[in-house]
Design a protein around this ligand. Sequence first.
Ligand code: GLN
Ligand code: ZN
Length: 758
Amino acid sequence: MTKTHTLGFPRIGKKRELKFVLEKYWNSEISENEMKNECKKIRQEIWNDQKQLDFITVGDFSLYDHVLDTSFLFNNIPKRFNGLSGLNQYFAYARGKARNQDKGNAFRAGEMTKWFDTNYHFIVPEFDHQTTFKLNATELINQVREAKRLRSDVKVVLLGPLTYLYLGKSEKEIKKLELLEPLVCEYVSLFKLLNQEGVSLVQIDEPILVTEIEDDWKLAFKNTYKTLSTIDIKILIATYFDDLKDNLELLVSLPSHGIHIDLTRNDTPLENIVNQISSDKFLSLGVIDGRNIWVNNYKQTLDLLRPIAETLKNRLYIAPSCSLLHVPVDLDQETELDEEFKSYLAFAKQKLVELDILKKAILDYQSVDNAIQKRTNVIQKRSQSTLIHDHSVKSTISKFKNDDGYRKSTFEKRKEIQNLELSLPLFPTTTIGSFPQTKEIRLARKQYKNKEIDQLKYESKIKKHIEYCIDKQEEIGLDVLVHGEAERNDMVEYFGENLSGFIFTQFAWVQSYGSRCVKPPIIIGDVSRNKDITIDWIRFAQSKTSKVVKGMLTGPVTMLNWSFVRDDQPRSETCLQIAVALRDEVKALESSGVKIIQIDEAALREGMPLRDEKAQDYLEWAVRSFRITAGGVSDKTQIHTHMCYSNFNPIIKNIAQMDADVITIETSRSNMKLLKVFKDFEYKNDIGPGVYDIHSPNIPENKNMKNLIKRAAEYINEKQLWINPDCGLKTRNWSEVEKSLIRMVDVAKELRTEYNKV
Ligand code: GLN
Ligand code: ZN
């Protein structure tokens, strides 16, 4: 009989209970014990939601991050944390610790990076010459026992040794694979313990198998799993997030009891997979999308599963494609959502119910044919609903399908025209858009949302902040000003709320890192713009100064990548719809006299698929969407874009194809490493490499900023360089911002004198 399980479940709780408990603990409002008790309750609820599955999963819960937990499980803790112990040490590694009077030292947190192509961040493991591993399974075993009290069928999930090593960072001379043997030794000890605890199955996550790994790593897989298979415990090797390609052959050849494959991102015919897998292994198929929030199309899934269920019989397992960590917890919490929209959605808890129905259908279709028929009707309804489909959008879009969005003239020509239009100095100074989001600003937005103040009152409050922000920028002496984004709570949410096709939930939070969660909008239907969004705010800001004010909006690719995207049409199509809607906003800004318009693409890099050809395809339509948004304006309008920290070097050509007149990027944390790419690639347009790190409260030193620009000028002509912070300033306070920007402007002035002399 087919078995069901989940690779993991969200740990934040239905109403972000984990977040609130952790924050209380960090603020010393509750004791360690109280905090742990609350976590126990959250786990009980998680397991309760898994009651209809054949296994409950243990090991996916974490107080911060499961990769960090793996570092603690094997006692791989950087030596800078030696003076600390227990949860103090754990949270210092996770979050860092400022120097305080009684406790002395400050601790630098572990580096945080995005987990594959998701918006979940993990704490990067560190390896150095002193790295050793020593199993410390107390916490995990406690949780196994906790689960065992509820159910006998317990599956433990662990991050695999190869993925763990691969994702870590190491000192230069260290070969990570040399650490493998001692690490695997500890996994062996752990397996023995789990065996004693009566664990039925161990799921080992090795998602690096869906990326291009080198031959020595492939060989290491063989050796590792040979060693691990000597222990008397069943193991399931889990992969997800993309197609396995030639690593499929490797995966099926490894000694294991089963393998898991993400069917939502798989391109290999299922038959080929079934044919390759030996008869002593079970095949777990990720049939339910663990990265999105739409209901499963039962009929389609069953058409796929039923033929192979006959072949595989009790060797077929079904599951979500990956851990459900990446979707919100429970749709039942959404009491304010339109019933029709709700019928199209399934969150983590609902996805497990879907799994159970699929299992029952495989066994005896009749027993659930009602549910299946009902689902088919819902899907039919969605394909025709006028709440989803807007024919006028579809016909507008079709006109843009073959448009590549080029501006009228080349950059060189535009630059000449814009120079005359804007008359900016050498090394123009600007900021990325947002200024401090003060308490008063937040309060005003909240009061307006809760209808405690009317629109007029709200607008006058926000306008006061805009005016303040403009005055300050003039005082500081910046060249290109911004309005400061006081009206925006979040750069994606704000535009989503003002476009049709997006909906918002109350509790659909997804963990981003630690206690931080995001609530992505849902792109439910065709996207269009029915009213001006930013025009009045920018015009107001412009009316308060004779300097030029940049219009500011979020680009189509970032809107897409930070939302849940509909699955009934290609992502590229949805992106194009957003692009066209925003294009109208850009044109409206231009018509109202705005001379510079910034289109932020903070998330362009992170939405890139893991596999090369898919990445190329993505970059092509992503760049084209950006160009369509930007391309409707005349040569004299200057288009800026901004991108946050990520590794741009491999995609510099695509960035150049975006053809923004100016790009501002985050470089300060990488110490301008990024700029090396310009040695080999002649980037022609203007560029503002962020000169200081806005993520830190420190006021930057003039000489550091100056050096950064001088180094940049080694690779890039000084006439192309802008001077700006590396990201928006909304998380900083005014005093930090003023001090930092005054220094930044001073640096620009000094540089102008120096470079004008030569
Ligand atoms: N314009 C946005 C801001 O300044 C950009 C934010 C971002 O890059 N994440 O806040
Ligand atoms: Zn940024």
